[in-house]
Design a protein around this ligand. Structure first.
Ligand SMILES: [Zn+2]
Length: 258
C-alpha cells in the first residue's frame, strides 16, 4: 500500500497516509534513490532502493569527500539547512524530535547529503550519512586544527546537574538530556583524549557504554582515570544503547546515583 503511494510521488515528494490508527501517522516519501515510509505511532519503517546511481553521481560524491579531507579545517563547515524527513527518521525513531536536535545546531548538508552535528563548540563536526550507499556512515571531521582527538558532543551542564553520563553516541546523549541528566557523547570509545572535557564539569562520572569489547575498554579506562583523580565514579550496564530506552526507563536506571 505505502509502496504504491510512494511510486506516485515526485523526487523529494512526501505525503501522509493512514497506518495503524485512523489518523495519518505514516509519512511516505520518495528521494532520488529510494522509496520510504515511516509511521511515528507504530515505528514501522521501510525503504526500497530505486534505480542505480549514475556514474556521474558516484564520481561527484567521491570528489566531494576527497575535497573535504584536503580542505583546511576552517573551510569545511557546509551550509546547513532544515533536515528532510528521510534523514530525520534516524532520530525520530528513538523519540527524538526536530526541536530536540535543532537545539544543538544540528542541521542538514544538501551538498554532502548528511546530517551534521556540531561537536566541541564547533571545533568539529560529525556528518552522518542518510543513504545506504554512502561510506563511511559516520564521518568525524575537525573544523579547527588538531581538534580531532578531543571531539565530544556535550549536551550542556545545567544548574543542579550532579552527575555526568558518558556515552558513545550523540543520540544517546540527547536522549539522556531529555530525561533530565547531563550527558557527553565521546564519539567513539577513546576516553583518554577526551578526559579534559569529561572532568571539567567536576561532576560524578557515570559510564554507560555499549557491552561490546570497545565499550568495555572505554569503561575500564574511564574507571581508571576517575580513580587516579579522585573523581566519583559509577557505571551502568544495559543490554542496549541508552537511546533505545524511554525517558522513564532512563530515569529509573539512573535513579539513586549521585
Ligand atoms: Zn503505524
Amino acid at each position: 500500500m505505502w509502496l504504491d503511494v510512494a511510486k506516485t510521488l515526485n523526487v523529494n515528494g512526501k505525503i501522509r497516509i493512514q497506518c495503524c490508527r485512523d489518523d495519518n501517522s505514516m509519512i511516505v516519501g520518495r528521494t532520488a534513490s529510494k522509496l520510504w515510509c515511516y509511521c511515528h505511532r507504530c515505528k514501522e519503517s521501510r525503504s526500497v532502493s530505486v534505480g542505480l546511481r549514475s556514474i556521474k553521481d558516484i564520481i561527484n560524491d567521491k570528489r566531494l569527500l576527497q575535497e573535504l579531507k584536503t580542505q583546511s579545517p576552517q573551510n569545511r563547515l557546509p551550509k546547513l539547512t532544515e533536515i528532510p524527513a528521510d534523514a530525520a527518521v534516524w532520530y525520530l525513531k528513538y523519540g527524538i524530535s526536530n526541536a530536540d536536535v535543532s537545539k544543538y545546531g544540528i542541521g542538514y548538508s544538501q551538498k554532502y547529503k548528511r546530517v551534521c552535528i556540531p561537536l566541541a563548540q564547533n571545533a568539529g563536526m560529525q556528518m552522518r550519512a542518510v543513504y545506504p550507499y554512502q561510506e563511511p556512515k559516520y564521518l568525524n571531521v575537525e573544523l579547527k586544527p588538531n581538534a580531532y582527538k578531543s571531539l565530544v558532543f556535550d549536551t550542556g551542564r545545567r544548574k543542579g546537574d550532579k552527575i555526568t553520563i558518558c556515552v558513545e553516541d550523540v543520540l544517546s546523549a540527547i536522549k539522556i538530556r531529555k530525561a533530565g541528566y547531563h550527558a557527553i557523547a565521546l564519539i567513539g570509545t577513546n576516553v583518554r583524549g577526551k578526559w579534559n572535557q569529561i572532568q571539567q564539569h567536576r561532576n560524578t562520572i557515570v559510564s554507560w557504554f555499549d557491552s561490546d569489547d570497545a565499550g568495555k575498554h572505554a569503561y575500564t579506562e574511564l574507571h581508571k582515570l576517575c580513580e587516579l583523580t579522585g573523581t566519583r565514579f559509577h557505571s551502568v550496564h544495559t543490554e542496549h544503547d541508552p537511546k533505545v530506552y524511554t525517558q522513564e526507563e532512563i530515569q529509573r536506571i539512573l535513579n539513586g546515583i549521585n
